[in-house]
Design a protein around this ligand. Structure first.
Ligand code: TRP
Length: 443
């Protein structure tokens, strides 16, 4: 039985904070212990270059995030743990995918569209200050996933579109070059809470409201005491609903502890006292991890060695072989084994739309012109299979044209007609080339 491959990427563009811990690190480390799952965790440092163009910051963030995941219990002996930039097959595959990705699909990516909308709102040119890197983000992400043929990708809602794009690019590639890619599925973590930040909005670097995961104890305390609360005095009942403090507490506490805190709110606990309880609760969980983190940060060469080793092993196990197959598939091949013209024509025919003939329950004979799963032309019923077959042979050889075909088919609108015309032209051309190759090959 093949194990389910689950893959997670972490962009190395910041310092890990409590929101990352609760929303990503803690659940992912727990999931990495699931049996029958092969887990991939990687530092998406190539993605980081899209946002961060300060080299020292890229390096620092990569180190901090790697140390954080290891400190929180990720075991590089049990999971694949590596840096994206060391899997050189990823950017190579990203180019293959770039060449099948529809530009129109990328135009619709949320992050790119948001950047365009912002430019418009500010009266700038649509693409002002937008790099091609931001535009191509989903293609690089697809390569991360497809190079290992991952089955599942745990993501937040904001990333679902990227997984759909990866499926689309994989499908197009498969259609052109054969079934090379598994279509990955997004795994939405419903249960995982998003943590509010100091100001009550979602904890995020872009709101500047984060609590660093490994802030020293005193700084952690100071930050927790700065979480916004309302102005209710000690003794006044407090609302748990909408309280950032309560929500953060809940993310760290057991059910019993949460229930007790809920009662304390109703009984009018003073904010200072609630903050002290929150601080102690978080510190109890984080302190042992912080110790490991600090030990790791003091030995960056150890982290470097772990990442190099992970990349080396996962490349040897998967990436090298799959890239070798994919290079072959797209035609980046050894020239000494060059295909003759008839093989070229045969291969061209394989990727083409095809006519399929079949019989329906009504006893009549039909055909359709299909491009992969898509039906371009659907015929009407024929009394005999021969009539359908003769019409198909005539249009394929160019003796009859598209109008003759469509006269015996369900009506098409202008756009569908154009597509059918292009498909038919490609078939006619390939047939002619195959004929010519046969004639040339004859003695
Ligand atoms: N886009 C992801 C994020 O910002 C990071 C990422 C890069 C990723 N490549 C990936 C996630 C591949 C899952 C799979 O969170």
């Amino acid at each position: 039985m093949t194990q389910t491959r689950v893959l997670t990427g972490i962009t190395t563009s910041g310092t890990p904070h409590l929101g990352n811990y609760v929303g990503a690190i803690r659940p992912a480390v727990a999931a990495s212990l699931t049996p029958d799952v092969e887990s991939y965790y990687f530092l998406a440092d190539l993605h980081a270059l899209i946002k961060v163009q300060e080299p020292a910051r890229v390096q620092r963030s990569t180190l901090e995030i790697a140390a954080a995941w290891l400190a929180c219990g990720l075991d590089p002996a049990k999971v694949w743990f590596y840096r994206q930039s060391e899997i050189v097959e990823i950017p190579e595959l990203a180019w293959f995918l770039t060449c099948v990705a529809g530009k129109g699909i990328l135009n619709r990516a949320h992050a790119y569209k948001a950047a365009v909308d912002k430019n418009r709102a500010e009266g700038e040119d649509d693409d002002a200050a937008i790099t091609a890197g931001l535009f191509m983000y989903p293609v690089l992400m697809s390569a991360d996933i497809l190079v290992f043929n991952a089955h599942k990708v745990p993501v937040g809602r904001d990333q679902i579109q990227h997984i759909e794009m990866a499926r689309d690019f994989a499908q197009r590639f498969n259609h052109l070059y054969g079934e090379h890619f598994v279509l990955p599925e997004a795994q939405i973590e419903e249960a995982v809470a998003t943590l509010p930040g100091l100001d009550g909005r979602k904890m995020s670097k872009s709101y500047d409201n984060t609590i660093p995961l490994f802030a020293p104890r005193e700084q952690l305390k100071k930050l927790i005491y700065s979480i916004v609360t309302d102005s209710r005095a000690p003794g006044e009942p407090k609302e748990t609903e909408g309280s950032a403090l309560f929500q953060i507490y809940q993310a760290f506490a057991s059910e019993a502890e949460t229930a007790a805190m809920r009662r304390a709110f109703a009984d009018g606990i003073a904010w200072g006292e609630a903050k002290q309880a929150l601080f102690e609760r978080i510190d109890a969980e984080i302190a042992p991890l912080r110790e490991k983190y600090e030990a790791l940060m003091a030995q960056p060469e150890k982290i470097e060695a772990i990442l190099i080793d992970g990349a080396k092993r996962v490349r040897e196990r998967y990436a090298l072989a799959s890239m070798k197959r994919l290079r072959e598939a797209v035609g980046l091949r050894d020239l000494s084994r060059a295909a003759g013209p008839s093989a070229v024509a045969a291969e061209a025919r394989r990727a083409l739309p095809v006519f399929k003939q079949y019989r329906e329950a009504d006893g009549r004979f039909y055909f359709k012109l299909a491009d992969g799963e898509r039906v371009l032309v659907q015929s009407q019923g024929f009394a005999s299979p021969k009539d359908a077959g003769q019409l198909i042979a005539a249009v394929k050889s160019g003796r009859q044209d598209l109008d003759a075909l469509l006269a015996a088919a369900e009506p098409l609108d202008a756009a569908q007609r154009e597509e059918a015309a292009a498909a038919l032209a490609a078939i006619v051309r390939a047939e002619a080339e195959a004929e010519a190759a046969k004639a040339g090959a004859a003695p």
